[in-house]
Design a binder for this molecule. Structure first.
Ligand code: NAP
Ligand code: HSE
Length: 427
């Protein structure tokens, strides 16, 4: 029996799209030998036809009209690697409406419009795959959708943004200040020239929303995710973390907390004994806690053309295989869940307070914590000669209690400045 021919329409020939074509060229015969699938890109849509394109076979039809690709009878599977909301959303909808399976890496689109797209894919009984949308080359989505489909997953916490992980790792390893580490990340091509979505935590929040949909079947979108970034983390914060056997990481946290689902992104102070603390450079890692399976950790490259193309390739093969068997993997329904609200979370906190170094100041500051029912775990003083930094690690407290404490502290005449507040993740 001959191989099954599958024709691919590719939307976008940028970092990931061009790497995908290069990977397919290199692996085509191995894929055919392993799967019986003959994969061929027939169409590529780009925005600017005048740009010089290397690595494009002359038999591939290059167009600036992506709508033609998603409706073409000569395309079996659509691979969307353009990014952004529009026209990507309309194109994916048209592809699905035409019963073409879709593979996409578009975290922004899925975190905002995933529910509607998943529903349409199920209605048309075709695949929508999106492994590359979360943690780049790490096979996380397939593990959650297939291997752990029957697992009572309790918590997923991940380093899912490579840019911020690079910045924090540099601050930890070399003592570099935030601005310098960010500049290095930009020079190395990890961060965009406008790195706002990365450093503000929004990129990780998109990924947290997608994880919540896949692992918990939760009807969650980017708008529902509370997120904080790393812009205010100082060298002093990182030095303190290091001195006390910790480091600081930006985590996407998706966890069942009694009746609420926590879907949030925030920096945490993490013990160097925790497996996620050793994930350095621009690497990503995701830690899964399941009731049956116990603890799992997946580690790898969260971005970059080739690692992302590798995830796209796995999805394309899966879709092609399902298409050849006239089957698909249903996304299922997303259920409304009670999301953990701001102010309700309990955590231990790291709090740095810049004060005037005078008699009685420590007692005044410490009493405010007690007044609001917050118990102090450790306290340390740094600096001398007129100014000092008091560093408190609290026992578990509610965010509401903390807000009240911070508000009262900032009203004290002896307090010059409140530093960054960071959750301390108890091991
Ligand atoms: P990119 O380098 O900016 O490439 C985008 C491609 O889409 C370009 O070829 C562009 O055409 C084309 N395009 C944009 N708008 C178009 C339009 N209206 N019509 C036709 N073509 C259009 O982006 P990328 O880095 O490859 O990222 C692609 C997707 O992968 C995004 O969703 C991104 O979030 C996701 N992703 C990327 C990474 C990564 O490491 N880069 C990692 C994970 C996920 P021109 O070439 O003519 O400009
Ligand atoms: N900007 C993202 C990161 C790219 O730094 O991880 C991958 O989604």
């Amino acid at each position: 029996m001959g191989n099954t021919q599958i024709r691919i329409g590719l939307l976008g020939f940028g970092n990931v799209g061009s790497a995908f074509i290069a990977l397919l060229e290199e692996q085509r015969s191995a894929i055919a030998a392993r799967t019986g699938l003959e994969l061929r890109v027939t169409h590529v849509a780009v925005k600017d036809l005048t740009k010089k394109r290397n690595g494009l076979d002359s038999e591939i039809e290059l167009t600036d009209e992506p709508q033609q690709v998603v409706t073409s009878p000569e395309v079996d599977i659509v691979v969307e690697l353009m990014g952004g909301l529009f026209p990507a959303k309309d194109l994916i909808e048209t592809a699905l409406a035409n019963s073409k399976p879709v593979v996409t890496a578009n975290k922004e689109l899925l975190s905002k419009e995933g529910k509607g797209l998943f529903r349409l894919a199920d209605k048309k009984r075709v695949d929508i795959h999106f492994e590359a949308a979360v943690a780049g080359g790490i096979p996380l989505i397939r593990v959650l959708r297939e291997s752990l489909a029957g697992e009572p997953v309790e918590k997923i916490m991940g380093i899912v943004n490579g840019t911020t992980n690079y910045i924090l790792s540099q601050m930890d390893e070399t003592g570099a200040p935030y601005d310098e580490a960010l500049l290095e990340a930009q020079q190395l091509g990890y961060a965009e020239s406008d790195p706002t979505a990365d450093v503000s935590g929004q990129d990780a929040a998109s990924k947290a929303a997608i994880i919540a949909m896949v692992a918990f079947g939760a009807d969650v979108a980017l708008n529902d995710v509370l997120f904080e970034g790393i812009e205010n983390i100082s060298s002093a914060d990182m030095a303190f973390a290091k001195k006390t056997g910790n480091t600081i990481k930006l985590l996407a946290m998706v966890a069942q907390r009694d009746n609420d689902l926590e879907v949030q992104v925030y920096p945490v102070m993490l013990s160097k004994n925790h497996p996620l603390s050793s994930v350095g450079d621009s690497y990503n890692a995701v830690f899964v806690e399941g009731n049956a399976v116990g603890d799992l950790m997946l580690f790898g490259r969260g971005a970059g053309g080739m690692p992302t193309a590798s995830a796209v390739m796995g999805d394309v093969i899966d879709s092609a295989f399902n298409l050849s068997k006239k089957t698909y993997r249903a996304m299922g329904t997303l259920e409304e869940v009670s999301l953990m609200k701001a102010g309700c979370q309990k955590s231990a906190y790291y709090i740095g307070v810049q004060v005037i170094d005078e008699p009685g100041v420590l007692a005044t500051v410490a009493s405010i914590f007690g007044d609001n029912g917050i118990s102090i775990q450790t306290m340390e003083q740094e600096g001398m000669g007129g100014e000092a930094r008091l560093i408190f690690i609290t026992h578990e407290a509610e965010e509401n209690q903390l807000e009240e404490t911070l508000s009262r502290l900032s009203g004290l005449s002896c307090v010059e400045k409140l530093g960054t507040i960071i959750k301390v993740l108890e091991a």
